[in-house]
Design a protein around this ligand. Structure first.
Ligand code: FES
Length: 163
């Protein structure tokens, strides 16, 4: 379900407006959405289809045809680290290094237990909280390496307690 209060959705809407909501701008729209969200889930694809007045099947077809586009990752949760300018300046790389070291993986990969997929994005509108991450759809900011690892661990532990 698309949340219109979500800054990322507002950014996507703005970028679609800039493209004049043109059907021919579909690839650019998908590209922008992936830059904002880190991946393309069904709700985002449907949202783009509605805004560009295209059949959802066409939008899904294009998104799946091009390998560049990343559809919803296999992890139960996503941890999307912003690498936009403000976050980069405030140390996004340290967050990435801490996560890659802790979990012995690269961004774009998923933990072996499929609990979390780690991704990057290019600005999701939380620059004032840089460096920022969207973890399980929640934007958290003013992070450092330890804090982001703790947040991811907190999420994973919560899951274990419930199971
Ligand atoms: S640059 Fe990271 S949220 Fe804008």
């Amino acid at each position: 379900m698309i949340d219109l209060q979500d800054k990322r959705v507002q950014m996507l809407e703005k970028s679609l407006r800039k493209l004049g909501f043109e059907k021919s701008a579909l690839i650019e729209a998908l590209h922008n959405a992936q830059e904002i969200f880190g991946y393309l889930d069904n709700d985002t694809l449907k949202y783009i289809a509605t805004k560009l007045k295209l059949p959802a099947s066409k939008v899904l077809g294009v998104a799946t045809f091009y390998h560049y586009f990343r559809l919803k990752p296999k992890g139960k949760y996503t941890c999307v680290v912003c690498t936009g300018t403000a976050c980069y300046i405030k140390g996004a790389n340290q967050l990435i290094e801490a996560l890659e070291k802790k979990y012995n993986l690269k961004m774009g990969q998923t933990l072996n237990d499929n609990s979390v997929t780690f991704l990057t994005s290019r600005c999701f509108g939380a620059c004032a909280m840089a460096p920022a991450v969207v973890l399980n759809s929640q934007t958290i900011g003013f992070l450092n390496g330890q804090k982001i690892v703790d947040s991811v661990e907190g999420l994973r532990n919560k899951d274990e307690e419930l199971s």
